[in-house]
Design a protein around this ligand. Structure first.
Ligand code: 13P
Length: 261
């Protein structure tokens, strides 16, 4: 973690929590988090699409400092794409961050690096920030191709983006074998890959862009593991799945400084 970049803790709820449950979850989270938490850490929540309007209303009405995020979007503004959601619609719902290229989208729904790059461009075009996910499978890690894969994923997503656009992005390194498994990359291993991602950003974009972009780790992050992750110099935050569904646990993750430093 660098003192120049604001830490960012994001909760990706995946396909969990209907809009009633989402309201309860966020109300509880807002009750548990204090002003000093929001001053120190940017907190984003990424509910399913059907919850977004309820979340927007709650965040506005209660003036919550949580930032609203989405889990995906299409690359086009509108058209004959049955079942897809336009980034324009997300902007109208007060969405600040859109997860793009999550490994579940890539692996289960066949999203290619090129499609992911088009989504990154679309999210930025509409004034939101992508959280671009990259990461390797267990077989790729064992074959020693982790860095090749994540560098390729980063390179394709960023190659046509301006330096100013890159500075506003977030990249989440999520080793696929660590997602939802209870296994996580050791803080040192995560730091090694994330440092390589920062170097790749410097080479595809520029050194200032690489210095500004925020890089997260994701994969079985819990309140008990975040502090060691955040001590790594290139890791600016975490992208949390399962543990973000429990507001008490997620609040403790956001509050890692209080019990760790
Ligand atoms: P878990 O925290 O459940 O491993 O999920 C990580 C993830 O995929 C977040 O996007």
């Amino acid at each position: 973690m660098s003192s120049e970049r604001q830490p960012i803790v994001s909760g990706n709820w995946k396909m969990n929590n209907n809009h009633f449950e989402a309201i309860q979850c966020v109300q509880k989270l807002a009750y548990l988090l204090q002003k000093e938490d929001f001053d120190a850490v940017e907190v984003t929540v990424h509910p399913p699409f059907t919850d977004l309007r309820s979340m927007q209303t709650l965040i506005d009405a209660d003036q919550l400092r949580l930032k609203l995020g989405a889990q995906n979007c299409h690359s086009e503004d509108k058209g004959a794409f049955t079942g897809e959601v336009s980034p324009v619609f997300l902007g109208k719902l007060g969405v600040h961050y859109v997860i793009v290229g999550h490994s579940e989208r890539r692996e289960l729904f066949g999203e290619t690096d090129e499609f992911v790059a088009a989504k990154v461009a679309a999210v930025l075009k509409h004034g939101m920030a992508p959280i671009l996910c990259v990461g390797e499978t267990l077989a790729e890690r064992e074959a020693g191709v982790t860095l090749d894969k994540v560098k390729r994923q980063v390179g394709i997503a960023l190659e046509k983006r301006s330096n100013e656009q890159v500075k506003n992005m977030v990249i989440a390194y999520e080793p696929i074998w660590a997602i939802g498994t209870g296994k996580n990359a050791s803080p040192a291993d995560a730091q090694e890959v994330i440092a390589a991602i920062r170097a790749e950003v410097a080479s595809v974009a520029s050194a200032p862009a690489a210095n500004a972009i925020r890089l997260q780790y994701g994969g079985s992050v819990k309140a008990g593991t975040i502090a060691d992750i955040m001590r790594q110099p290139d890791i600016d935050g975490v992208l949390v799945g399962g543990a973000s569904l429990d507001p008490t646990e997620f609040a403790r993750i956001v509050q890692y400084r209080r019990h760790a430093f």
